[in-house]
Design a protein around this ligand. Structure first.
Ligand code: ATP
Ligand code: MG
Length: 252
């Protein structure tokens, strides 16, 4: 079972949108059994699937040891499940302060989870205890990066944290993919950023980019994946291609 964290501590680069749509495509088009985990107190992944009211059990209860992952899971379809987040996950950083082994809480909770071909974890735009828990529990990282001028420079800190995790809590963690988002071919700056990403991540960068598309914003606010909201769109095709590449490259 592969556990893939989608990360970038920069906010608004498309992490949540990517997890939601790749999760859907892997489950429904690649016929994989998928669990998506929302680690972000902003609960964007949770609301992306139309869950607006706080479920009784969420990531908060799991991290506090007051519930189990199987209790908290929401079955969106037979093959696509979601572990929702909640606003009170904001307090976790403070509440876990000084607790020994706090980096391992998610990994331990996932120990008992079976029956999925992949678990996809959406992380908040920070490199605190939540993201470190995700890295510690994962087999792979996919970096989600916007094709803008400073895209590459911004990744230095992310690399540093992944390096520390590899050294201290999870030596097997691999950076397996880089997904370029919000790409606009007509903008020179975007093309330069893409070239820089191609040079830096020759093996990791997926061939297909996700272009800038308002349909993704609309789909999220409708509580749907792009495949349900606008299946004929270019971005639906792009996310489908990236999901296929993940199935071949990471899940096999
Ligand atoms: N390819 C795209 N084209 C246009 N808008 C997009 C695209 N991808 C995502 N968006 C929109 O941009 C905003 C930020 O995307 P998203 O929430 O996925 O980023 P994020 O990295 O998860 O943000 P955060 O760091 O706050 O969790 C959202 O409104 C989303 O609908
Ligand atoms: Mg997000």
């Amino acid at each position: 079972m592969k556990i893939i964290t989608f990360a970038n501590h920069k906010g608004g680069v498309g992490k949540t949108t990517t997890v939601a749509n790749i999760g859907y495509a892997l489950a429904h088009h690649q016929k994989k059994r998928i669990l998506m985990i929302d680690m972000d107190p902003q609960t964007n992944l949770t609301s992306h699937f139309g869950i607006y009211e706080r479920p009784q059990d969420t990531m908060y209860e799991v991290l506090k040891g007051n519930s189990t992952i199987s209790n908290a899971i929401v079955e969106l379809s037979p093959s696509l499940h979601l572990l929702p987040s909640s606003l009170d996950v904001t307090n976790i950083e403070a509440e876990l302060q000084g607790i020994t082994g706090r980096e391992f809480i998610l990994r331990e909770a996932l120990d008992k989870v079976q029956g999925y071909e992949a678990i996809l974890i959406d992380t908040p735009p920070s490199l605190g205890v939540l993201t470190v828990n995700a890295f510690t529990a994962s087999t792979d990282v996919c970096i989600v990066v916007q094709t803008e001028f400073f895209a590459l420079q911004g990744l230095a800190k992310l690399y540093e944290i992944i390096g520390i995790v590899q050294k201290r809590t999870n030596p097997k963690l691999a950076i397996s993919g880089v997904i370029a988002t919000m790409f606009d071919r007509r903008k020179g700056m975007h093309c330069e950023a893409l070239q820089a990403l191609e040079a830096r991540f020759a093996n990791e960068l997926f061939d297909v980019q996700v272009t800038e598309a308002i349909a993704l914003v609309e789909a999220a606010s409708a509580g749907k994946s792009i495949f349900e909201y606008k299946p004929s769109s270019k971005v639906a095709e792009q996310y489908d291609e990236i999901a296929k590449a993940i199935a071949i490259k990471i899940l096999n």
